[in-house]
Design a protein around this ligand. Structure first.
Ligand code: GDP
Ligand code: MG
Length: 162
């Protein structure tokens, strides 16, 4: 079974997407950045696609001995372990310097990467989703994990690489 890792800085909605696709609330969703402290794995289904999904803590570039550093480490492990990477940004905020920095790290893994512009319900995220083109990781897929929007587009992007 293919492994898909959800990567991105804290608070972009990684755990919300994980819970949406796994169909169980295995991951803790919280407004506090960096609440998912350990990596979680579950069997995910999106229409007729089945895959193992890995939720991670947010990417952070701090020293290894800090909590943020440990999160970064486990993210690197998840990237190394994954066949496909979902790189999530918050389309309401747009691309931050931290997003760009970690896009560079993820790119080095040389694996299929799907840029997911989350929080794009309604039209609120259009500008941010467009901005995500600038990451240079391909056409972003605009979704709303919370409102279950954009899942057909996400399916199409995943089905092309699974
Ligand atoms: P993580 O740190 O990347 O795992 O992010 P979480 O999944 O914990 O979500 C962080 C916050 O963003 C929570 O308050 C979620 O309810 C919220 N959130 C997640 N997905 C969406 C979405 O599609 N739209 C909006 N507006 N909020 C979302
Ligand atoms: Mg989380």
């Amino acid at each position: 079974m293919s492994k898909v890792a959800i990567i991105g800085r804290p608070n972009v909605g990684k755990s919300t997407l994980f819970n949406r696709l796994v169909g169980k609330k295995l991951a803790l969703v919280d407004d506090q950045p960096g609440v998912t402290r350990d990596r979680r794995e579950g069997e995910a289904t999106l229409f007729d696609a089945d895959f193992t999904l890995i939720d991670t803590a947010g990417l952070d570039d701090a020293a290894e001995e800090t909590l943020a550093g440990r999160m970064r480490q486990q993210t690197e492990v998840a990237v190394a372990d994954a066949d496909v990477i979902l790189f999530v940004i918050d389309s309401r905020i747009g691309v931050t310097p931290m997003d760009s920095h970690f896009a560079g790290l993820v790119r080095r893994a040389d694996k299929p990467i799907i840029v997911v512009a989350n929080k794009a319900e309604g039209r609120a995220g259009e500008a941010g989703a467009l901005e995500a083109h600038g990451l240079g990781l391909g056409t972003p897929v605009a979704i709303s994990a919370e409102h279950n929007e954009g899942m057909i587009d996400l399916y199409d992007a995943l089905a092309a690489v699974l």
